[in-house]
Design a protein around this ligand. Structure first.
Ligand SMILES: NC(=O)c1ccc[n+]([C@@H]2O[C@H](COP(=O)([O-])OP(=O)(O)OC[C@H]3O[C@@H](n4cnc5c(N)ncnc54)[C@H](OP(=O)(O)O)[C@@H]3O)[C@@H](O)[C@H]2O)c1
Length: 230
């Protein structure tokens, strides 16, 4: 049975990826903080015959990262999806130290240390998927801390990809355009949610990428909006 670890699976893109990959031969290790929402993801995944486990940890802290690693255990995983993320959107002059720590913690430090821990134990042909953003390639005003965390994760993962080639572990970076999820609830401004791509669209791309033959790595997928940047 394959073991897939997905962070931030309680809602949004992470939940959509979990439901897309749910299958009878898969053990889904589903991470989040919201126990009720995560239980809902598990219930939906169970219907596809997947085995599920709920892992509740705050990834903004090293303690939360360590506890997640401990709960996943020693058995290797076949897929790590670094998806959990937050968006603090405001002028750079107003960003607090706490917002800095939270954003860098969840969006950058946690993915790095999860890759560092799990990659050496992953079998050839397995995959690490990082949910980046078009904000990992393009800078926007008021998105400094978000873009900074995503640009940095792109740099780290792209370099680590080279280190993992000899072990045949694949590093896949996904760059979605604005996607209609709860992450936008806390972003001020008028964002046309109905014009955004969907979480299911992103999950489709992830499933396509990891479904390639083990010798093939789809290194980067950019999901831009056909209608243009919103
Ligand atoms: N939506 C977009 O427009 C868009 C576009 C490009 C890339 N992305 C990226 O896609 C990823 C998923 O975002 P989303 O749009 O699906 O957002 P979302 O609906 O807000 O979901 C975010 C997920 O991250 C988890 N999370 C947040 N803070 C956490 C913390 N401190 N510790 C552990 N988990 C935490 C949440 O868990 P709980 O709810 O359980 O706390 C939730 O499962 C993010 O990395 C985001 O940057 C999003």
């Amino acid at each position: 049975m394959k073991r897939y670890l997905i962070t931030g699976a309680s809602r949004g893109i992470g939940r959509a990826i979990a439901l897309k990959l749910a299958a009878p031969d898969v053990m889904l290790l589903l991470h989040g903080r919201d126990t009720v929402a995560l239980a809902e993801t598990c219930r939906a995944a169970d219907k596809s015959g997947a085995k599920t486990a709920k892992l509740i940890h705050d990834l903004a802290t090293f303690r939360g990262i360590d506890d997640l690693v401990a709960e996943v255990g020693h058995k290797p995983i076949d897929l790590l999806v670094n998806n959990a993320g937050i968006a603090v959107v405001k002028p750079f002059a107003e960003i607090t130290r706490e917002e800095w720590e939270q954003t860098i913690g969840v969006n950058l430090i946690a993915p790095f240390f999860l890759i560092q821990h799990f990659a050496p134990r992953m079998p050839p042909g397995s995959s690490i998927v990082n949910i980046l953003s078009i904000g990992a390639k393009t800078a926007y005003p008021n998105w400094s801390i978000y873009c900074g965390s995503k640009f940095a994760l792109e740099g780290l993962s792209t370099a680590i990809r080279e280190e993992l080639r000899s072990r045949k572990v694949r590093m896949l970076n996904i760059y979605p355009a604005a996607t209609d999820t709860d992450i936008w609830n806390a972003v001020s401004g008028d964002w046309p949610r109905e014009q955004m791509i969907s979480a299911a669209d992103v999950a489709e791309a992830v499933a396509y990428a990891i479904g390639q033959p083990p010798a093939v790595t789809i290194e980067n997928i950019t999901l831009s909006n056909t209608a243009g940047t919103l």
